[in-house]
Design a protein around this ligand. Structure first.
Ligand SMILES: Nc1ncnc2c1ncn2[C@@H]1O[C@H](COP(=O)(O)OP(=O)(O)OP(=O)(O)O)[C@@H](O)[C@H]1O
Ligand SMILES: NC(=O)c1ccc[n+]([C@@H]2O[C@H](COP(=O)(O)O)[C@@H](O)[C@H]2O)c1
Length: 154
């Protein structure tokens, strides 16, 4: 998605959504850990640090004003790249230009599936960049997820 975006725009602002969350089943990693994963993956792909910003944005209770809440955290932007239907709707309603990237093997590159495999002990490493699996293992992230769901036997 990043490469697709950088073919169309000079710089990307990558939002770290639900930034207040960590240690949950759907968001096991802190915003800071997610920043490290993305930076490592970008470096490995040779994407220069001056072509993207990483900005953590916490959730709010009011969907209707979320796009304006995001705008408060980021520099001005030309277009929004997203596939999530709620994200697209909220930015469209707030008047932003929308770019929808294609789905790149979404059947396997899918965070819910990757977390499920971490929990059940199936292979997940090949579904993320090598630098990201190394980082997750270095912080024992897969163990953390198993503990969160209570399946860690120790
Ligand atoms: N293979 C892909 N091709 C296109 N877009 C993708 C792909 N994988 C992820 N995305 C987009 O990147 C964003 C993050 O997806 P990701 O699966 O990491 O987390 P998510 O949407 O929060 O899902 P989950 O609820 O499974 O954690 C989404 O907007 C998604 O549409
Ligand atoms: N009301 C809100 O806080 C609100 C609304 C829409 C999306 N979001 C966030 O935007 C992100 C969307 O993520 P994906 O594009 O990865 O599906 C999530 O972190 C989600 O929580 C938040």
């Amino acid at each position: 998605m990043v490469k697709w975006g950088l073919e169309r725009l000079d710089e990307l602002i990558i939002l770290i959504g639900s930034a207040q969350e960590s240690h949950t089943l759907s968001n096991p990693f802190t915003a800071g850990e997610r920043i490290e994963m993305i930076r490592r993956a970008m470096k490995a792909e040779g994407i220069p640090g001056d072509r993207y910003y990483l900005i953590p944005v916490p959730d709010i209770l009011m969907n209707n004003v979320w796009a304006y809440h995001v705008k408060m955290y980021v520099p001005s932007f030309e277009a929004v790249i997203a596939r999530n239907p709620l994200v697209l709707r909220l930015f469209k309603e707030a008047g932003s230009e929308i770019l929808i990237p294609p789905s790149f093997h979404r059947e396997k590159y899918n965070s819910t599936l990757i977390r499920k495999n971490m929990i059940t002990g199936e292979k997940w490493e090949s579904l993320v960049p090598g630098e990201v699996s190394d980082f997750i293992k270095s912080i024992k992230g897969d163990e953390r997820l198993r503990e969160i769901v209570g399946t860690d036997k120790r």
